[in-house]
Design a protein around this ligand. Structure first.
Ligand code: ADP
Length: 441
């Protein structure tokens, strides 16, 4: 409509023969509205507005397309806008370039379009005198097309869209199914691997237990004849007359004794690992125990020219309930290490009725073995209580030892319900402390 209107305004008016369907336009006020044609018939001028009306009537009759010119201030009452057109015109006044919507017209769905009619240069040729200006919006051109003929197209498009979506949903579900199966297979494989791992772990633990039991039995069996050997060496030393024989028997005795110590360590360790080590709960005299232990160390201390201080808390009960054999074993190990790794100064043993209590409310007795020896580097402290751990291999060659003593001591202390700790600095000595719940007997 806009195109032929513009064409007509630019090159028209158009002259067409007058007929019933094309009477002269009574609203058209121009000089040569009706003129005679070459064959004597009458020709009448068709200007843009008249042409629009004629074409729109034709379009309605031929295609059912409704078109009309409308305005918020109509001159002709039949140009008054319907409610949708009024809304559209207001939006166009507000600056919209066009308004198009699917809306109902007389109860039927239509695609409705509203475009502004803008005054062009060509319009001014006739309408300048009426006060038209270039760019003025003089109402709107409204076209409404019934949607019914297009429904099959929309439906088929909707169908293909639906099919497309269904395809993607189907593909997605298939993918999801495949992923689930894959995941399930992986889970089953992992479960199988975990079961196998557990079986292997159980077998390894069983084998370890058997090994510990075997070790415990073996070291016990070896210990008995070892005691015989040591006993016999002692007797032989008593009988030996030649100094060379005495010296050789002394060395044999030392070797046999350190072998017995090692056997005892291994026996303890395997018993602990096989959960066979029993902790006794018998009354004992802590002061007598300490005295005995220190007496054993006297020759060694004298040999190395080390002094030893002993401090026992007067508040400590005269009799305690616990495993004196194991307390002794731990103390002997700590004192032995203190003597072994100290060349100058001395050591001290301190026993205190502790201020601390364990979770069950039993008072903890504190034992501390302090020395002024070589000390231990901070980064080595954490591995000190591990089995076979020795800080310095060269020292071990000098001092002997298996690296089992501290690991066994800590485990014994823990089996007795206590805990052990160490503080040390290289060159400044070490303090090994352990706390034991030893109630008064
Ligand atoms: P070992 O039979 O080798 O003495 P331990 O488990 O008793 O085994 O000790 C492990 C290591 O801890 C020792 O080899 C030594 O390096 C270090 N150590 C233990 N006690 C002391 C100490 N009082 N001073 C310095 N180093 C120590």
């Amino acid at each position: 409509d806009l195109s032929y209107r513009l064409w007509n305004a630019t090159y028209g008016p158009l002259y067409a023969p007058v007929s019933d369907k094309l009477p002269p336009n009574p609203h058209l006020d121009v000089a040569h509205r009706d003129i005679p044609g070459p064959a004597g018939q009458m020709l009448t001028a068709v200007n843009p507005s008249y042409m629009t009306r004629l074409v729109q009537e034709f379009a309605l009759a031929e295609f059912g397309h409704r078109g009309r010119i409308t305005s918020l201030l109509p001159i002709r009452p039949e140009n008054r806008p319907d409610p949708w057109e009024e809304r559209a015109l207001r939006r166009i006044e507000g600056g919209a370039a066009e308004v198009s919507e699917v809306a109902e017209l007389e109860g039927v769905a239509h695609l409705r379009l509203m475009r502004p009619m803008v005054t062009a240069e060509a319009c001014l040729r006739c309408h300048a005198a009426q006060g038209y200006h270039l760019g003025d919006i003089r109402g709107g051109l409204s076209v409404s097309i019934p949607l019914a003929p297009y429904q099959p197209i929309f439906q088929s498009r909707r169908r293909s869209l639906l099919m497309g979506h269904l395809f993607f949903v189907g593909a997605g579900l298939l993918g999801l199914g495949a992923a689930t199966i894959h995941l399930r297979r992986q889970m089953l494989a992992r479960e199988r691997a975990e079961r196998e791992l557990q079986r292997a772990k159980d077998a390894a633990e069983r084998a370890n237990l058997l090994k510990s039991q075997f070790l415990a039995n073996m070291s016990h069996e070896i210990r008995t004849p070892m005691n015989g050997v040591i006993g016999m060496i002692g007797l032989a030393r008593d009988l030996a007359s030649h100094p060379e024989q005495v010296e050789m028997l002394k060395l044999a005795d030392q070797s046999a004794t350190s072998l017995l110590t090692l056997l005892n360590d291994i026996l303890d360790l395997s018993r602990i690992e096989a959960d066979k080590l029993k902790i006794e709960h018998q009354p004992f005299d802590p002061r007598a125990l300490i005295q005995q232990i220190l007496a054993e160390f006297t020759p060694l201390l004298r040999e190395k020219n080390l002094h030893c201080a002993c401090e026992i808390d007067p508040a400590l009960a005269p009799r305690l309930l616990g495993d004196s054999f194991r307390v002794r074993q731990v103390l002997v190990n700590l004192l032995g290490n203190a003597v072994k790794f100290t060349d100058q100064g001395g050591l001290s043993l301190c026993v205190e009725k502790g201020a601390r209590k364990n979770a069950q409310g039993v008072e903890l007795v504190r034992f501390a073995v302090k020395d002024s020896g070589i000390g231990i580097a901070e980064d080595k402290l954490s591995e000190l209580f591990q089995l076979f751990s020795q800080v310095d291999g060269s020292l071990t060659r000098r001092h002997g030892g298996s690296g089992l003593g501290l690991a066994i001591s800590r485990k014994l202390v823990e089996l007795m319900g206590g805990y052990m700790d160490v503080e040390s600095r290289p060159g400044e000595g070490s303090t090994f402390t352990f706390f034991l719940p030893l109630p008064e007997a």
